[in-house]
Design a protein around this ligand. Structure first.
Ligand code: NAP
Length: 457
């Protein structure tokens, strides 16, 4: 390459890139200016020129719907754009970004927006998991786009890889940690030995858990994400109600110690998988706390981070890791979607539609096989262990390891007791349910303290 001669013309912008003012304008309505909405507005302001060039059109925010018009929301949420009339706002927009959360009025507003020809972007996992089918149908009917990358694992690209990058592959399993709050709590319990209640209180103080943590700690948030991932991965409609869901409220400090003794840690896992049987295929979607080996890659996912494994026939194993929540990370995913729907608007065409051609049935949990960790308080007398092993064996459950600790006489009038921790080989869930029923009426078993699944081997 020769140095530029002084007579050469000075470098100019790419001739194919028109000046900003010649680009078409896209009218954007933002519904919600909370944690995520305010960050989306900041990024649109700060990166407006770049976004316009990437889209081939300028984003003009025409209004921001909120409940409280009086609250000062900082420099990136201009007061003059605030409105309490979200319905009027969506009717004026080309693109609608829904960041209010909850089912209503978000659902009605998105339907109204699409009926008026707007493409929509949402981060609302609860709404998609419950009413995704209706939203997809509306998008189809009106020829608009429905994007929702931010609804699953915040900043981590998962929806696009599953829906588009792996569209030519056959996904077998998606397994991961998709709720940062519960991961923070379990991680704190593991690091400090704290109880669930104390770890939750710390998470709330530090802003990792909401004042009402129910959706997170009961597993509903993770289940909503599992339903979205299962629907995309298996080309089948899987609703939140189809996902077996157990939260972490029953996980105790003793469970954490038992896991450590077994070389394991406890994580809240979302698992969706293809179940191949002689009669055909079905899918399983479930969320529960499980013991995984300390050397499993998911075991080292700490604090509020998320990580997801995807296993596909041709691609093999893929791992995605990053920030699953927070205003700015989530806004990154929202902006990515906004650029996609805006490009489609400018250049014509629509993005991927719902793919549900496979129509697979969801396997009830009772028909699956799992390995278990079972913690019991029992009478400390000869023959009790044999009785428990006998009951498990009756139901086809074989023991892998057993750990016993005498607890001494706990109450007056009650004999000495012992704690036993049993891990089992894989057995039918329904068989374990039946064995637990028997233990609950057995004189030898004083209490069933925990039942957790073992995964990741
Ligand atoms: P947020 O902080 O509670 O903000 C919600 C915003 O929506 C507020 O500005 C609120 O107005 C407005 N809003 C709520 N109901 C409204 C109504 N009926 N009419 C008009 N405005 C209404 O929520 P967020 O944390 O930003 O979450 C937004 C969405 O993103 C949810 O679907 C959430 O699941 C999803 N998401 C969040 C995260 C995260 O890290 N926060 C991560 C991934 C996905 P006021 O301010 O006036 O109350």
């Amino acid at each position: 390459m020769t140095p530029r001669e002084s007579s050469d013309p000075a470098p100019t912008a790419d001739a194919a890139t028109p000046p900003l003012e010649q680009l078409p304008t896209l009218r954007v309505a933002v519904l919600g200016a909370g944690t995520v909405g305010s960050e989306v507005l900041r990024l649109i302001q700060q990166q407006g020129k770049d976004l316009a060039q990437r889209i081939g059109g300028r984003l003009e925010v025409i209004g921001v719907a909120v409940r409280d018009l009086e609250r000062d929301r900082g420099e990136h949420v201009p007061t003059e754009l605030l409105t309490a009339d979200a319905s009027a706002l969506v009717r004026e927009a080309d693109l609608v970004v829904e960041l209010m959360g909850g089912i209503e009025p978000a659902r009605s507003l998105l339907l109204e927006a699409m009926a008026h020809g707007a493409s929509v972007v949402t981060a609302n996992k609860a709404l998609l998991a419950q009413d995704g089918a209706e939203l997809y149908e509306a998008a189809d009917e009106h020829g608009v786009d429905l994007y929702f990358e931010a609804a699953v694992a915040g900043a981590i690209p998962l929806v696009r890889p599953v829906r588009e990058s792996l569209a030519g592959d056959r996904i077998q399993r998606v397994l991961g940690i998709v709720n940062g709050t519960t991961n923070y709590i379990l991680d704190a319990m593991t690091r400090t030995g704290a109880s669930f209640e104390d770890a939750l209180a710390t998470a709330q103080e530090l802003g990792y858990a909401e004042a009402d943590p129910t959706a997170d700690v009961q597993g509903h948030d993770a289940a909503a994400k599992a339903s979205i991932l299962a629907s995309l991965a298996f080309h089948t409609r899987v609703r939140a109600a189809d996902v077996h869901c157990e939260g972490i409220t029953a996980v105790t400090a003793q469970d954490i110690i038992a896991a450590e003794r077994m070389g394991r840690v406890i994580k809240l896992l979302s698992i969706v998988e293809r179940i191949e049987e002689e009669a055909g295929e079905r899918v399983s979607a479930r969320v529960y706390p499980a013991l995984i080996p300390e050397n499993h890659p998911l075991a080292s996912v700490s604090e509020a981070f998320n990580a997801v494994f995807i296993e596909a026939d041709a691609a093999g194993s893929l791992m995605f890791y990053g920030q699953g929540a927070g205003g700015s990370p989530t806004a990154s995913a929202v902006l990515g979607d906004l650029v996609s729907v805006a490009r489609a608007r400018v250049r014509g065409g629509v993005g991927p539609r719902e793919s549900r051609y496979a129509g697979l049935d969801v396997v009830p949990l009772t028909e699956l096989r799992s390995a278990f960790y079972l913690s019991l308080t029992v009478e400390d007398r000869p023959g009790v262990l044999a009785e428990i092993a006998g009951t498990l064996s009756e139901y086809g459950i074989s023991i892998s390891t057993i750990h016993q600790e005498p607890l001494g006489a706990q109450e007056e009038g009650r004999g000495a007791s012992a704690h036993i921790g049993i891990s089992t080989h894989r057995a039918l869930e329904s068989a374990m349910d039946a064995a637990l029923d028997r233990f609950s009426t057995s004189a030898a078993v004083l209490s069933i303290d925990s039942i957790l699944r073992i995964e990741g081997d």
